[in-house]
Design a binder for this molecule. Structure first.
Ligand code: SAM
Ligand code: SF4
Length: 329
């Protein structure tokens, strides 16, 4: 397994397949001024497969497709099928807003997808529409049900908590775990990309310390679960008598850089070395000039070696070049 310059074992690649989205969450995508990648700049399904084969050959085992909204990629099923067929792809997951899952969940499962993380900020339709803007609670819920029925489990829900939007609703979302075998994970806002979404992410930041207090006050003490996978960015807990798990992803209040095991690939073929820094290494050029698998493996190894550690979120600084929808979370 490749190790970075800080001795961390890096075996997890998150692959963004598009920068487009059918939602405009307030902290992720502005309503105006968006410029999306032209189609020819996106890595093709074949190119993504080539890179994953190289990643597997040097020790990567976990893969996640993300975006933008990955379900908008017309060839998503082909991408999943190509990756699922590779020996050594141990885990293949998808991060999605679930809107298109009623149609896609079964075909994705058949193509070889293992599980999904679904983004849902509120159980209250009005709050959800305010925060995820073009969102529609009933449609997201139908998507979650479709994923569960298709066996894309365990269902993990990602909740981004923003002051003045949904901070009061953490309790109802956590309550879902009492009856359901789901993992509901609360994520702290991160200011990426330097624009209006970054400013909002700073102004509306809510610490997970506060979210946890709110949940425990309403639903009882959370019991810490053993950290099975040390590189899991979530700290996991259980409510009294609950079937599911409540998780906290706290990059600002409790940074987890020391156990980070991730590399990110942008939709236009750059290894983005850390979510919260700007450093990137181009791999598309090598792919398209037919430099061969040895050259691709060298670039990926170099990306791992150069992976930085630490961030400046507490000072309100982060990556300036790309926003969350251009990296994939
Ligand atoms: N569209 C898919 C979705 O929303 O799940 C995948 C891409 S989205 C960029 C991946 C994750 O990033 C989502 O769970 C979303 O909640 C999270 N996210 C977006 N902007 C964020 C921000 N400013 N701070 C923290 N998380 C953010
Ligand atoms: Fe789209 Fe996901 Fe960003 Fe929301 S968080 S705008 S669903 S990419």
């Amino acid at each position: 397994m490749p190790r970075d310059g800080f001795g961390r074992e890096i075996n997890y690649l998150r692959i963004s397949v598009t920068d487009r989205c059918n939602l405009r969450c307030v902290y992720c995508m502005p309503l105006n001024g968006l410029r999306f990648l032209p189609g020819p700049e996106l890595l093709t399904a074949v190119e993504i497969e080539q890179l994953v084969r190289v990643a597997v050959s040097i020790g990567f085992a976990k893969f996640r497709l993300t975006g933008g909204e990955p379900t908008l990629r017309a060839d998503l099923l082909e991408i999943v099928a190509r990756l699922a067929a590779i020996d050594g792809v141990g885990d293949l997951a998808l991060t999605t807003n679930a809107l298109l899952l009623p149609r896609l969940a079964q075909p994705l499962k058949r193509a070889g997808l293992k599980r999904v993380n679904i983004h849902l900020d509120s159980l209250n339709p009005a709050t959800l529409e305010r925060q995820m803007r073009w969102g529609n609670f009933a449609a997201v819920w139908d998507g979650i049900m479709a994923a569960e029925a298709a066996g894309l489990v365990p269902i993990k829900l990602n909740v981004v908590v923003a002051a003045g939007y949904n901070e009061e609703e953490a309790v109802e979302l956590a309550r879902l775990t009492l009856e359901r075998d789901w993992q509901v994970r609360f994520i702290e806002l991160m200011p990426l990309g330097g624009g209006e979404c970054a400013s909002l992410s700073i102004q509306r930041y809510v610490s997970n310390i506060e979210t946890r207090r709110r949940i425990e006050t309403a639903l009882g003490a959370l019991t810490a679960l053993e950290q099975g996978d040390l590189s899991d960015e979530a700290r996991n807990y259980r409510l009294p008598g609950a079937r599911g798990v409540v998780g906290f992803i706290s990059p600002v209040s409790e940074p987890y850089c020391g156990t980070c095991n991730r590399m990110r690939l942008t939709a236009d073929g750059k290894f983005h070395l850390c979510l919260l820094n700007d450093d990137e290494l181009d791999v598309r050029k090598a792919l398209r000039s037919d430099q061969g698998t040895q050259a691709l493996a060298r670039i990926l190894r170099r990306a791992v070696e150069l992976k930085p550690t630490g961030h400046h979120l507490l000072e309100g600084r982060s990556t300036q070049v790309r926003s969350m929808y251009q990296i994939g979370g």
